[in-house]
Design a protein around this ligand. Structure first.
Ligand SMILES: Cc1cc2nc3c(=O)[nH]c(=O)nc-3n(C[C@H](O)[C@H](O)[C@H](O)COP(=O)(O)OP(=O)(O)OC[C@H]3O[C@@H](n4cnc5c(N)ncnc54)[C@H](O)[C@@H]3O)c2cc1C
Length: 412
């Protein structure tokens, strides 16, 4: 879906690699998906995490909602999310439902208000998802699907539902080497990763940094920011047991499983390195948001029985994840200095990259759905395999987009 010649020079594909040794730093959903994708392409993968176990940070929630992110336009973001949903479904469908604790229950995205109903109807009729994957339902039909009273029209996604991100990480990732990677150096044997004591943890031909905010170790200029999120695990109420599908909108709630519902999630600025304790006030905020969505479903929940989990999401300013080779910032700024002066028409050399170093990060609030496609795209960057996306989407997700943006901004 795009050849090297079609790419602008600053997004020129890196030289393809033949299968060899890959080290993947980070055993969350990003690292697990990359490990699986590279193994499929014939690579020998070492998956590394500072916890020595999978899904200990953002990917550690026991329940993750899987549903498409839809908008009423067909812009870059919508197209990336439509493609990600399609790829995620194929990835999850190839796995045993029990292995990933998947609930095939469907999801309703409730219209925010009467005006929003028209937008939802437009998404269902003109949007990027096929009719088999989205339907517009009035409040009565939505109530039938939900098993409880819904007062607004909604978009219904029959293939949506929930799964357990930690189960998914374990199903895809494989064995994990415990190491807190702090530096890398290029040697004749390959790229050597070292921990804080300078001890070598792994040597590989390519290294993928799939370690969320810490991917700045490989590309310090990536504009990644942290947002805390807390989910609430709630026992059933007399009315909530009837819920048959995920309800989503300003908040979300999942149907009962293992005698609890998952409600979420808060979204707050935070210090990336601060501890993230579960807070009662965040449970209260989750319940209040949910009340605007589905009335008194949880009005009489036993608040003393609430549990939860808090973690940090890794965000990008354009809300798109980052997948690709790491440009060498100094040569990038030198090679494309003309762009700073508005000289887009000039002939420029193809981009130069830090040899063998790649990133998959910035998965934000939808990583369970976007990671499989992000990993497949990264595997294409490494191996030269056919792109899973159109050229303009490959470049929209490319790490170099931030360097290019900065060059264009600081015009003189
Ligand atoms: C409260 C909450 C609710 C969410 N709900 C949903 C949802 O319903 N559906 C959905 O699709 N998404 C959801 N998300 C988003 C999703 O969880 C994230 O997008 C996804 O988990 C990000 O995965 P990741 O692998 O990039 O990051 P992480 O899971 O954070 O993994 C990064 C890993 O890198 C490791 N690491 C970091 N630095 C180093 C180092 N130097 N050396 C070694 N290892 C290192 C860490 O230990 C960690 O395991 C939610 C997020 C939160 C916080």
């Amino acid at each position: 879906m795009g050849t090297a010649a079609e790419f602008e020079p600053w997004f020129a594909p890196a030289t393809p690699r033949t299968p060899g040794r890959a080290a993947v730093v980070g055993a969350g959903i990003a690292g697990a998906c990359v490990s699986q994708a590279l193994r499929r392409h014939g690579w020998e993968v070492t998956l590394i995490d500072r916890h020595g176990a999978a899904a200990m940070e953002a990917s550690g929630n026991p329940v993750g909602v899987i549903m498409p992110r839809v908008t009423a336009d067909d812009g870059i973001e919508s197209r990336v999310h439509a493609a990600a949903w399609d790829f995620a479904l194929r990835t999850f469908d190839a796995l045993d439902d029990a292995a990933i604790a998947r609930q095939r229950c469907g999801a309703l995205l409730l219209a925010a208000d009467a005006a929003d109903e028209a937008r939802c109807a437009r998404i269902a009729s003109d949007g990027l998802l096929p009719a088999t994957q989205v339907a517009f339902l009035d409040a009565s039909a939505a109530s039938d699907v939900a098993g409880c009273k819904i007062t607004r029209a909604a978009l219904y996604f029959p293939q949506a539902g929930t799964l357990s991100p930690p189960h998914l990480c374990r199903a895809l990732g494989g064995d994990i080497l415990r190491a807190d990677v702090r530096s890398l150096s290029h040697t004749v044997d390959g790229i050597v990763l070292r921990d804080a004591d300078g001890a070598a943890c792994a040597t590989a031909d390519v290294v993928v940094f799939a370690n969320a905010l810490s991917a700045t170790l490989a590309a310090p200029w990536l504009p990644l920011t942290a947002r805390r999120g807390q989910i609430t695990l709630a026992p059933p109420t007399p009315s909530s047991t009837a819920l048959k599908c995920v309800l989503a909108g300003e908040a979300y709630v999942t149907p009962l499983r293992d005698n609890r519902h998952c409600l979420g999630a808060t979204f707050d600025w935070t210090d990336a390195h601060a501890p993230q304790p579960v807070r009662d006030e965040d449970h209260a905020r989750n319940l209040a948001s949910l009340a605007t969505l589905c009335g008194d479903l949880f009005a009489d929940v036993d608040r003393d029985a609430l549990a939860g989990r808090a973690a940090v999401r890794c965000m990008t300013p354009d809300h798109l994840f980052v997948s690709g080779p790491v440009p060498d910032r100094d040569t990038f700024n030198t090679d494309y200095a003309g762009v700073r002066h508005g000289q887009h028409w000039r002939s420029y050399p193809p981009a130069r990259y830090v040899p063998g170093v790649y990133v998959l990060t910035g998965l934000g609030a939808r990583g369970v759905v976007t990671a499989p496609l992000g990993a497949e795209l990264l595997a294409s960057h490494i191996t030269g395999a056919a792109w899973p996306l159109a050229r303009e989407l490959v470049t929209a997700l490319h790490p170099a987009r931030f360097l290019l943006r900065d060059l264009k901004r600081v015009r003189n």
